[in-house]
Ligand binder design. Structure first.
Ligand code: NDP
Length: 253
């Protein structure tokens, strides 16, 4: 029996990288999974892969900045799978990397909307669906803006730090109803987003070098930490900003 047998999970940003790997792992561990992102073809491939390993999943494509879409994801879980126990709010963008005076208001707002407002919208609809039997909400944040300041990343850093404040507020608001809320803070992880940050051999070597472990994570490694926060293994963990960062936050060499 898997650690999520009988559970229903929702994963956003499931078309790629960390979300893709986590949705697959949750399904492998026995959860029925609703998978979300804009690219329907990628979600369909994921659902097919999950079915192939004997798991169950449904895809609904849309934009996490659209409140009605975020609401429909929860409704789909409740209608098709009879409830919601776990939500990984993971969709995110790097946004524009620019000196702050060059950053347009729209660029700032895009990062805030996709990274932070979507997390609020997710919680707004996920919490009521979990009220009767408890649950685990996870937000993907980052070391950027929390333990590390990086130039030209003001909007990304602020949005990811905002998630940590949201996590603490919700954890205290819903702890008495047995809903745990945690932020997961991956280090550099080998995904399309990391390649967008820099795809030259020099940048890749630099990124590896600033981790204590001198490498990047695979999406599957981060998925295992999401599984920990989703499952009973973390039953007394709530309100945390959990670093899974290969030591990037403590490494000075
Ligand atoms: P990817 O670019 O591989 O995945 C991002 C996911 O977010 C995709 O599935 C994308 O799907 C989805 N997404 C983006 N915008 C929207 C939107 N408006 N509506 C719905 N879905 C959206 O990146 P990662 O897997 O690396 O990133 C996952 C999370 O991890 C992000 O929140 C990121 O900030 C965080 N993170 C990543 C790190 C890294 O080094 N990779 C380090 C620390 C944190 P689609 O395009 O199909 O909509």
């Amino acid at each position: 029996m898997g650690s999520l047998t009988g559970k229903v999970a929702l994963v956003t940003g499931a078309s790629s990288g960390i979300g893709y790997a986590t949705a697959k792992l949750f399904a492998q561990e026995g959860a029925k999974v609703v998978v979300a992102a804009r690219r329907k073809n990628r979600l369909d491939t994921l659902v097919a892969e999950i079915n192939q390993i004997g798991g169950e999943a449904i895809a609904l494509a849309g934009d996490v900045t659209d409140e009605s879409y975020v609401q429909s994801l929860v409704e789909l879980a409740v209608k098709e799978f009879n409830g919601l126990d776990i939500a990984l709010n993971n969709a995110g963008i790097l946004g524009q990397s620019k000196a702050t005076p060059e950053l347009a208001l729209k660029e700032w707002q895009d990062a805030m909307n996709v990274n932070l407002t979507s997390a609020f919208l997710g919680a707004k609809y996920q919490l009521p669906a979990m009220e009767s039997s408890g649950g685990s909400i996870i937000f993907t944040s980052s070391f950027v803006g929390y333990t590390i300041g990086m130039p030209q990343m003001a909007a990304y850093a602020a949005s990811k730090a905002g998630i940590i404040g949201l996590t603490k507020a919700l954890a205290s608001e819903y702890g008495s109803q047995n809903i745990r809320v945690n932020a997961l803070l991956p280090g550099g992880t080998d995904t399309p987003m990391a390649r967008e940050f820099g795809d030259t051999p020099e940048v890749k070597e630099f990124v590896k070098s600033i981790h204590a472990l001198k490498r990047m994570a695979s999406p599957e490694e981060i998925a295992k930490s999401a599984l920990y926060l989703a499952s009973e293994a973390s039953s007394f963990t709530t309100g945390t900003a959990m670093l899974v960062d290969g030591g990037i936050s403590i490494c000075k060499t």
